[in-house]
Design a binder for this molecule. Sequence first.
Ligand code: ARG
Ligand code: ZN
Length: 468
Amino acid sequence: ASVLLGALLSAALTACADKAHAPAAAVPRAAPAAPGATSAGDPIVPGGGNGGYDVQHYDLDLRITPRGRPSLAGTTTITATATQALSRFDLDLTGLDVSKVTVGGAPATYTRAPGKLVVTPPKPISKGRFTVGVTYSGTPVAVTDRALGKYGWIPTDDGIFVGDEPDGAHTWFPGNDHPQDKATFGFRVTVPSGLTAVANGELTGTTRSGKSATYTWQARDPMATYLATVDVGRFKTRTGRTPGGVPVFVAVDREADPTGLDSLYDDTVKVTDAWAKLFGPYPFSSTGAVVQDAPVQFALETQTRPEYVPGMAAIPTVVAHELSHQWFGDSVTVTRWSDIWLNEGFATYAEWMWGERDGSGQTVQQQFDGRYSQRQSTDLWNVPPADPGRAGLFGRSVYDRGAMTLHALRKKVGDQRFFAILRAWTTEHRHGNATTAQFIALAQRVSGMDLRRLFQVWLYDRGRPVNW
Ligand code: ARG
Ligand code: ZN
């Protein structure tokens, strides 16, 4: 009975707190301030992300000194919306020395916890907009993960390469390091003369003073933290506009790949416009690429400016893959990492389509058939693409079986409905977050068909799918 009474009481209190039900003259009583959640609760990145606020904008003002072990020093200023009254909140941050934290311009107290900077403002933050500034310095340490390899802040011969997926961003700037919390970004990066800093979005200023140069970049569309990058090196660059009207910025490391610039520029232009025709309008204010000879095993779809190592930049289907992510992953972003097939399955499918239209590869059907005939392929059939776990995040099932799922869907609903589904997906979730359940619901709505078994056997069941 006391449980029931408690429930009734709290329902009554909630009703009173609800403005619509309160008498007009009553002064609304704010909920007491409490600490924000200390994690986004995503098991693939344990402890990653935070609650109690929603970041609107990051402003990174960093001096980067790439010689030896590349270090940084500067201030990241975050504009956020408190979604509750906050007595305290966490930012993700690993390593680095913090020398000052301000909230609303006033000094705040702070402590460090594993992967976190815990901030206590001088007085509680009420719901709504606030700013936090973090001044820090040090040498970021790349993440080395048994399953995911090395990622994050990666030194090169003359600079740095930054590729953070899934959770390397908080090794070089403080923030809410989970894809659920997208925000716009500004970068003001000072580097020694002779080096260039390339980031996301558009270059809005270059100033030189004595021994250094400062590059300002603005990424005006919402972006997940893992897609933010700063690449420092000696670059050969080319700018322009695609025939479809999208501004282009391509930077290629001089030492690593001086001859690849024009062909990468051409591939980037061709793919950007082709995917815009197929997937819907290009979602961002510019496209491009950056190539660095970095010791990493991946290319990355860093927003507006995918990153490649020279060998990968030379492969058109890799360019097709990374640029398709601008729609699938960057504009429509996962809500939790277990939905990663919404990125990699779609980008792999795009890669297959580019191979088919290029005439250089197999047809999409051959790509599907070749994999389907591998009866015993354990990675493919034992890992469900929509629940791959951290170890399987960038594994064959997510990429290949994810793409096969889309091909199975296409064969079932027909080309016209299939591409209508893809366009509805990029339109309805543009610049947002989405889940696998939302994709399934959308596919059923747009096609008017019952697709539950198809998605069940392809995305969730163990074993090679039959009869869908
Ligand atoms: N998203 C990248 C791609 O386009 C892969 C990133 C891999 N990340 C990593 N830490 N290994 O395929
Ligand atoms: Zn990918």
